[in-house]
Design a binder for this molecule. Structure first.
Ligand code: PEP
Ligand code: MN
Length: 337
């Protein structure tokens, strides 16, 4: 980090600033030119409060030259992180296919979809029990009962389950959920992230609707700073001016995140596009760009789905998509789970 001082700073104030930096555990390199004075900070600057430095009246500007995230940073952890779910893994060449309905609706629905997606090669079952809906009048999910039904489906199929948590109050209900999703709308719910940091559970963190990759990685950092390193990042499309698709899938996010971080990156082409026939081509693109998995919405009867039916694949469409996914995986030398 570089701190550029205003012209002719008072010596006493400079000394106070240097002392403050030392108290923060940082060494410095002080360089006084004829017009500009620059202080180079040496050490771990990830915990430095840039705003506090900026507020100092002798400081002109503060520039970060290294990333503000540390635990998630590949520089400090060059090998790919592999998240281990027991008999399934994600990351480091292990590919995860998460499939299932947007929301858990009935025992018959979730069991039927679970069996079908397993048959086609999925290695995780997804299903929302607590749903973040734009309208308060829309189906909000079966809540605790939905989680129970997912657990039933896990018993039937052996597939580990993924479900979204929306509130800290529900943490206990998720004790037996294998992979806890933090949805796009909660990517910056920092209190939730902090608590999940103490949970030790694998967390599927989705990118916010309008968040930068640095903000995304800082949210992962919140979870990891609490001691939970089991984080999988999910690119699910962002808001742009384009209206043909529900969101715009940011394909470049995949190699960029993998370059910046050691965490696995998966892609959700269902929410990214909102259009079933785009799920297959964008799954191919995701694999080619280096993704460690995909998450796809599948419903046994999309026309009657209580949430996101318009973007859900039928089990038959998912089966076709999986044939292509498997071919692309082979080409990229990924292995299932
Ligand atoms: C979901 O996975 O069902 C969901 C609500 O996703 P997102 O948070 O990406 O909108
Ligand atoms: Mn959905």
């Amino acid at each position: 980090m570089i701190v550029i001082l205003k012209q002719h700073p008072e010596t006493e104030k400079v000394n106070q600033l240097l002392h403050q930096l030392e108290e923060w555990g940082l060494s410095h390199h002080y360089s006084q030119g004829t017009l500009t004075t620059i202080i180079g900070l040496i050490g771990d600057t990830s915990k430095v409060d840039v705003d506090m430095l900026q507020a100092n009246d002798i400081v002109e500007t503060v520039k970060r030259v290294s990333e503000p995230y540390k635990a998630a940073n590949r520089k400090f952890h060059p090998e790919d992180t592999v998240i281990d779910f027991g008999n399934v893994k994600i990351g480091g060449g292990h590919f995860g296919v998460i499939a299932g309905p947007c929301s858990v609706e009935t025992p018959e629905q979730v069991i039927a979809v679970a069996k079908a997606v397993k048959q086609s090669g999925a290695n995780f079952l997804r299903g929302g029990a607590f749903k973040p809906r734009t309208s308060p009048y829309a189906f909000q999910g079966l809540r605790a009962e939905g989680l129970e039904l997912l657990m039933e489906a896990r018993k039937e199929t052996g597939l580990p389950i993924v479900s979204e948590i929306m509130s800290l109050e529900h943490l206990d209900l998720f004790a037996d959920v294998d992979f806890i999703q933090v949805g796009a709308r909660n990517m910056q719910n920092f209190e939730l992230l902090k608590q999940l940091g103490h949970s030790g559970k694998p967390i599927l963190l989705k990118r916010g609707l309008a968040n930068t990759l640095e903000e995304f990685l800082m949210s992962a950092e919140y979870i990891m700073a609490g001691g939970n390193e089991n984080v999988v990042l999910c690119e699910r499309g962002i808001r742009t001016f384009e209206t043909m698709t529900r969101n715009t899938l940011d394909i470049s996010a995949i190699p960029m995140l993998k370059h910046l971080s050691h965490l696995p990156v998966i892609v959700d082409p269902s929410h990214a596009t909102g259009i079933p026939w785009l799920v297959e081509p964008l799954s191919k693109a995701a694999i080619a760009a280096g993704a460690d998995g995909v998450m796809i919405e599948v419903h046994n009867d999309p026309k009657k789905a209580l949430c996101d039916g318009a973007q859900s694949l039928t089990p038959a469409q998912f089966d076709d998509t999986m044939k292509t996914v498997k071919r692309y995986m082979q080409f990229e030398e990924k292995i299932f789970g």
